[in-house]
Ligand binder design. Structure first.
Ligand SMILES: Cc1ncc(COP(=O)(O)O)c(C=O)c1O
Length: 313
């Protein structure tokens, strides 16, 4: 879907026109993938709108930058305030927010020394991410996720998404809506842009972060919600075949939200419909995000923008 542009993008402390937020083709990031970024949703509320887990996302951005020795010249509070300013200046909600820190135009050698750090924040409308009504039909990818000691998966870095593109494109050309990657040891890792959960005999399982998975903010939200609802959640290595015999499987992510999976490699999961535990967790997640249920975990940052879509019940 083409990006639905908004009037302004935040760049290094100033709101500039969308069409002026350009970089030079010789910027370090273009050649070497040297960026770290975030993806955040802002949800419509009965009154106004609210950004979901803003400080946690911006802290992860700073953590990703730290792993790559990128010194971000803004504090966590300044970055959070910049996101709120951008969303309020554009007046678009619900929306998806994309902060990015990149190494800009300066040096062309692999060493990033001498390339300036540029910070941008954009927001725009973005709908459902994982295709499939009533559940997605997905596959296990022939591409594995990044091996330890190659690219750090706790950093949400632009370069990691070359691997995600391989996983996603392979799934798409074979008629699936998404691919699930295994880690280098053959255990379940995550989707190309989502964490994964499965349910078996009433217990919820998700891979460890050590299985080359991103430390998803939605993953954390779902674990918190599930435990609050009284479920046992086990973070553990998951063999591939456990996916096929699960009662329920679902993806989580800021873009993907809570997305049920209907089949994996054409093997139907459970009875092929979103399962009761997935539904309970999704209801709680969307209820909190859209302001219809109490923000009991303190996850919402209100913004002064009237939403143009009614919150989902
Ligand atoms: C590879 C990958 N894993 C997991 C996730 C889910 O993370 P979050 O819930 O923080 O969006 C994402 C999305 O950001 C992702 O790109």
């Amino acid at each position: 879907m083409p990006i639905q542009t908004t009037p302004k993008i935040w760049h290094n402390g100033k709101l500039i026109p969308w069409e002026q937020a350009n970089i030079h083709v010789m910027s370090h990031v273009v050649h070497y993938g040297s960026s770290v970024f975030e993806g955040i949703r802002c949800y419509g509320q009965p009154q106004g709108s609210a950004i979901f887990r803003l400080p946690e996302h911006m802290q992860r951005l700073l953590d990703s930058a730290k792993i790559y020795r990128i010194v971000v010249p803004y504090t966590l509070d300044e970055l959070c305030a910049a996101v709120v300013d951008t969303v309020e200046a554009n007046g678009v909600a619900p929306c998806y927010i994309r902060p990015i820190v990149l190494r800009g135009y300066g040096e062309i050698g692999v060493s990033p020394k001498g390339s300036p750090i540029e910070v941008y924040i954009a927001n725009f409308r973005w709908g459902k991410y994982v295709a499939g009504t009533g559940g997605a039909d997905v596959c296990v990818s022939s591409w594995t996720r990044l091996a330890p000691n190659t690219m750090p998966t706790l950093a949400k870095a632009g370069a990691n998404y070359m691997n995600s593109q391989l996983i996603h494109m392979e799934a798409e050309v074979n008629g699936y809506s998404e691919g699930i990657a295994l880690d280098v040891a053959g255990q379940v890792s995550e989707g190309s842009g989502e964490n994964i959960f499965l349910v078996r005999n009433g217990v919820i399982y998700t891979p460890l972060l050590g299985n080359s998975a991103l430390s998803g903010i939605t993953r954390d939200s779902v674990i918190t919600i599930a435990r609050h609802l009284g479920y046992t959640v086990s973070e553990q290595p998951i063999p591939r075949e456990m996916l096929y015999i699960a009662d329920e499987v679902f993806f989580t992510g800021s873009a993907a939200e809570v997305s049920p999976i209907r089949s994996i490699d054409r093997i139907v999961i459970g009875d092929g419909k979103p399962g009761p535990i997935t539904k309970k967790i999704a209801d709680e997640f969307f209820g909190i995000a859209s302001g219809l249920k109490a923000d009991r975990f303190g996850w919402l940052t209100p913004v002064k923008v009237n939403a143009t879509e009614a919150p989902k019940a």
